[in-house]
Ligand binder design. Sequence first.
Ligand SMILES: Nc1ncnc2c1ncn2[C@@H]1O[C@H](COP(=O)(O)OP(=O)(O)OP(=O)(O)O)[C@@H](O)[C@H]1O
Ligand SMILES: [Mg+2]
Length: 466
Amino acid sequence: MIPLSLAQIARVTGGQLCHGDPDAVVSGEVVIDSRRAGPGGLFAAVAGERSDGHDFAAAAVAAGATAVLATRPVTVPSVLVADVPAALAALARSVVDALPAVRIAGITGSSGKTSTKDLAAQLVERLGPTIAPAGSYNNEFGHPLTVLRADAATRYLVLELSARGIGHIAYLCRVAPPRYGVVLNVGHAHAGEFGGLDQVARAKGELAEALPADGVAILNADDPRVLAMAGRTEARIVTFSSAPVSDAPVRAVDIRLDDLGRPSFTLLTPEGSAPVTLRLHGAHNVPNALAAAALARELGMDLDGIADGLGAAVARSRWRMEVHQRPDGVTVINDAYNANPESVRAAIDALVHLAQGGRAFAVLGHMAELGGTSRASHEDIGEYAARIGDSGLAGLIAVGEEAAPLLDGARRVRSWTGEALAAPDGAAALELLANRLKPSDVVLVKASRAAHLEGVAAALEGEAGQ
Ligand SMILES: Nc1ncnc2c1ncn2[C@@H]1O[C@H](COP(=O)(O)OP(=O)(O)OP(=O)(O)O)[C@@H](O)[C@H]1O
Ligand SMILES: [Mg+2]
């Protein structure tokens, strides 16, 4: 981060300096994990459910941190504040204000933020020094901590903005005001907490509202709730679309998937067209790639650079559509990072595509935070799994009691000849699969984060003589 003295940090955060030299300088990383505290850094002590960061204040300073940001007195150099996230936000904002040359992009949507952020970062890095968060570091802690990594050399910030309620994205946009805003889609992720899709749209649209008149709103023309956000911004609108017919300036046409579900398409822009083949799996990565392309184009990247960059981009964050081919001929799709109705449908589509010629199995845990529509949503996904392709999935394994309505939905499809199997936990799911899987079968593993099905996927990947 840009060097700040403890006196400056106290002033910006409205905090009180304790036991410290006001001229001591923080120039290293700001962290909330004391184990990551290093020379010249700042350790923000947070009281969590299991442990209290204040207990590690001395260890952080011993590891080289210049000081600690704390809400109660500690025995080492510290700045005492009332609220640590608010202090981090104030610090991040002061860093952004001190770096006017940095161009800030925010990416939001119900599904695909991290995938798009990782794609966009890999394009924008070609234009100049870029800071982007690791994984889904996108909330009231991760967001300011990411922004605080910026320094005088930084040219671009590519940020993932998440919301679990109204006002959250507006808040993140005040911490680091974006000039470029990407909205991917409005879906059912966290829809229960929001109280319906219209509320989700209201929340995601706060990004469009936060953009300045000389900013750019990059909107998915294929999602009517996203397109409607054009009416909520002063910024110039740039749309993208993967529909066969569209007047969006950034488009994908001739979309095809290879045997492993990797999309190829022709990228159309006002400057011309270029062929693109992604290394990522699943057709849902086409709109993600278009959003990244539209952003890079606005930042000045030419068409060839965009097409080349998209083709070179790899999955940077784990457990999102990882395709693993076992020596025994079974393919495992590890999409265990999280799940909501849209992303499960997208993953089932990819599963069925990959299974051409073989049988498709899905190991699905429950989709969290859907509120009152939860049971119906699970039943609908089960039905989708039983209807897809020529004859539905060969097997649907629901892990845990909360996922059981998936099976009820699948059984609604009278013509379905696949198996509906209940597994109390991941180990039971593995047992059910063990005597069913044959060469050329494909298995998808997916659930909400809380279900931790990545262990099931890892066990499946490791099987058969690895
Ligand atoms: N555009 C999309 N439409 C539907 N599903 C998608 C899309 N992009 C990604 N997905 C699915 O959603 C899952 C999560 O992707 P990703 O981590 O990129 O989303 P996210 O929005 O960052 O999620 P989170 O809210 O947990 O941070 C992926 O595993 C994939 O199955
Ligand atoms: Mg994410």
